[in-house]
Design a protein around this ligand. Sequence first.
Ligand SMILES: [Zn+2]
Length: 404
Amino acid sequence: MALEILDSKTGTLREFHPADPEIVRMYVCGPTVYADAHIGHARSYVSFDVMRRYLEFKGHRVRMVVNITDVDDVIDQKAAGRGEKPEVLAARYEERFLEDLRTLNVRPSYANPRVSENVPSMIGIIEKLNEEGYVYEVDGNHYFRTTLPGGYGQLTHERPEDLLADEPTMEDRENPFDFLIWKKSKEGVASWDSSLGAGRPGWHIQCYGIMRGALGDSIDIHGGGEDLKFPHHESNILISLAHMGKDAIGYHVHNGFMTLGKEKMSKSLGNFVRLRDVFERFGGSVVRFYLLRPHYRETIDYDEDDIEKAQQDLDLILGFEGGLKEVERGGEPRGSVEEEIAHYRKRFMDSMDNDFGTPGAIRALLDFAGSEKISPDELRMTEARLALGVLNEADSILGLTGAD
Ligand SMILES: [Zn+2]
């Protein structure tokens, strides 16, 4: 079977073909570093890490980029409140974020570009868009004309007014949904010079600029949480249409929401579970396994009982692995055992090929561990080695033990 991925834009499964057969280019929207990550962030980075690992397993070279948003009003406000420099606060939370990813067995990214180090390239894009009439000024701030390259709705297929609880009230804009692309500088915060005056780039152009700077003209997978579809990713598409005349993304991929008591988990709403608090009770591998048990597009309602169940299942798989390592019985592998092992491997891979179907893949592993035909008590050492080979492959994809 070939890998198929569900593209959020078309809502259909499409066989995966990278634009450049040599390298798969993946961009996942990174954090704004003003606080510690919550479990919802963990879910996103674990989901995309499994996609990246599976693509690598299938022989692709993957260039995965996760940006660091270290230029943001919230960072400035929080730093001012603490009497420290914004860059010091941002650097601390960036380090803690990367440490959390390591605890979750997330493979290091190809690059983690910071917004603060990529502003000149963003200015180049903004100035070009300005020359072409996509940008207008109101009182020193510059907005992007969202209706010009086609308007919102390309990802969500909904009207922006139906997506926001309250319509924006910025009456000075030509269109209430036009977004800030260049914000005039304020006293005391970092700003950059441009032909549009001193200022700093808005969030949407930050990601677009970093993505193109790090990965070039075509990106195979642009990923992030469901909540980033609108306005962030829709705005990225509009900038791309204005700047390049096309949407530069091959597959738009979004992981589902993480809820707490069925309410959306969000740092800005104050309704979240801090990842480091979860790590006080559970190891990174178990948290990762828990997050991978539902499909990445499903909503997960945070529940520690489910993490405990995940722990039991993970122990089952690791216990099976331990049993296989102790097998010493001699003899050539029997055909019936080889077939049984191949059967579970196929089930695992078929599930992964179906839009990274980790629930089916994990089910296959658990059935594998519970199969009477391949109980370590019955196996020969040659057969146990075959079974261990399958577990090692599965581990390299799901990243359960952090062995690599
Ligand atoms: Zn982004």
